[in-house]
Design a protein around this ligand. Structure first.
Ligand code: G
Ligand code: G
Ligand code: MN
Length: 407
């Protein structure tokens, strides 16, 4: 049961009248710490301070500037651990699928309410509220923009590298840089806990630069040691919004002494969707500078085909959700097969992500996929571990007969 005196509630609705109504109803129910807000953006800013994080958010879905779904994504990025009640004039079916989405994000929803909100219904839902159980999660994830800014400035970001190997020969072809934050107290922090915040606060440019510069220096060091590898870096849509991005990246590659042809820039199609116009300009210029462009997590967004039509990608990474288990699941196999076929027909290098076991590997061997990446081959590792992994991988290739079946 919620404590009416201390429970912090945020009511978010773009319609002033609805907001007033909610506020009044909450007051009548005895909730005193209520903040009313008519803009998602403002609400998020308020939540940047740990004290400003509400225990419960009453969320309107239809808002003009940033809708409820996008707002939820931002909550996920900020590791919001409070509860949500969806409030909307939309029909029951939409509300139900949004609730599914909330659960898929592993957030807590107490239920949904149709507008206009009935006091009894609201009271009944709020009564279901319980304090978040895992308080450690809150502590562990309460990063704010300033923490991340400092981490970048203090060089606390470290790249881990995950190998990608040729399916036909087992040869190591490249590595993907995956950033981690080596936090003095929290330990190794994964990107899902800070990339979203960095994107939301204009820090992603600096973050991308730190990752790129480190990856290029590492690529150069490997080249000097006789290991010529492609190095892949994940790029954010926010990066593509900057028209100077191609010149910046070209500059970093030149300074590092690494040819642009061995640098792969990975873009996630769901992140690609907004800002397509600048994105197209920037991607095309990167391509002109001979960087390799990769469409990451292929098949998970909504406009995959349009992206392929409009943007000259060199590489297609089939999302791991279509790869692991494809050997035994006809649905996955169909989607994987269609993605592979399309990529090949368009002259792209096709990479299968999420190769987790022997069956996945054997399946790829039968399908003519170019590159494979996944835990079966190697987990992301520190740069210094790569030579030992490579020696071991070469042994495994023969010891486990990984190249024995048709390839
Ligand atoms: O292993 P992993 O938890 O690193 O990656 C989680 C997600 O974070 C992936 O979707 C990956 O693309 C993304 N990611 C990892 N490193 C970077 C980075 O340097 N920049 C951006 N924008 N995303 C990254
Ligand atoms: O979105 P992107 O493809 O950049 O994300 C890479 C993410 O996938 C990282 O979080 C990385 O640690 C993770 N990853 C890499 N290989 C595997 C795998 O075989 N299985 C699973 N489940 N995750 C993987
Ligand atoms: Mn990637």
């Amino acid at each position: 049961m919620p404590d009416k005196a201390s429970m912090k509630i945020l009511a978010l609705d773009d319609e002033p009248f609805m907001l007033k109504l909610l506020q009044r109803t909450l007051a009548q129910l005895g909730y005193v710490q209520v903040t009313a807000c008519d803009s998602a953006r403002t609400a998020l800013q308020g939540m940047d301070h740990p004290d400003g994080v509400p225990d419960l958010i009453l969320l309107d879905l239809n808002m003009p500037e940033m809708d409820g779904i996008e707002f939820m994504r931002q909550l996920v990025a900020r590791r919001y651990v409070g509860a949500l009640i969806l409030v909307s004039g939309e029909d029951e079916q939409i509300l139900q699928s949004v609730e599914k989405l909330v659960r898929a994000h592993q957030m807590t929803t107490l239920g949904h309410l149709a507008k206009p909100v009935q006091p009894e219904a609201l009271a009944a839902l709020i009564d279901k509220w319980e304090p978040a159980r895992d308080r450690r999660r809150t502590a562990r994830t309460a990063f704010v923009a300033d923490d991340i800014r400092a981490a970048i400035a203090d060089g606390e970001l470290v790249n881990h590298y995950q190998p990608a190997v040729a399916v036909a020969t087992g040869a190591l072809v490249g590595v993907e840089a995956l950033v981690r934050w080596s936090h003095p107290v929290a330990g190794l922090v994964f990107p899902d806990q800070f990339i979203g915040i960095a994107e939301a606060h204009g820090l992603i440019g600096d973050l991308t630069r730190a990752v790129l510069v480190a990856a290029l220096a590492q690529a150069k060091a490997w080249r000097n040691a006789g290991l010529t590898l492609q190095v892949s870096v994940n790029i954010s849509t926010e990066d593509l919004a900057g028209l100077d991005f191609p010149d910046l990246v070209t500059g970093y590659a030149e300074e590092a002494g690494v040819p642009t042809t061995s640098v792969v820039l990975e873009v996630t199609e769901s992140r690609l969707m907004s800002k397509v116009v600048t994105g197209l300009d920037v991607l095309t210029r990167l391509r002109l500078k001979r960087f390799r462009l990769s469409i990451d997590d292929f098949g998970t967004g909504h406009s995959s085909l349009a992206q392929l039509r409009d943007i000259p990608f060199d590489e297609l990474k089939v999302d791991r959700s279509f790869v692991h288990g494809a050997a035994t699941d006809a649905r996955l196999r169909a989607i994987y097969g269609a993605s592979l076929g399309m990529g090949k027909e368009l002259g792209m290098t096709v990479v299968a992500e999420g190769v987790e076991d022997r069956a996945d590997w054997a399946f790829l061997r039968r399908t003519g996929c170019d590159l494979a990446q996944g835990y079966f081959i190697a987990k992301p590792m520190r740069a210094a571990q790569l030579p030992a992994w490579l020696a071991h991988w070469k042994l495994r290739l023969s010891a486990e007969s990984l190249l024995a079946d048709a390839g």
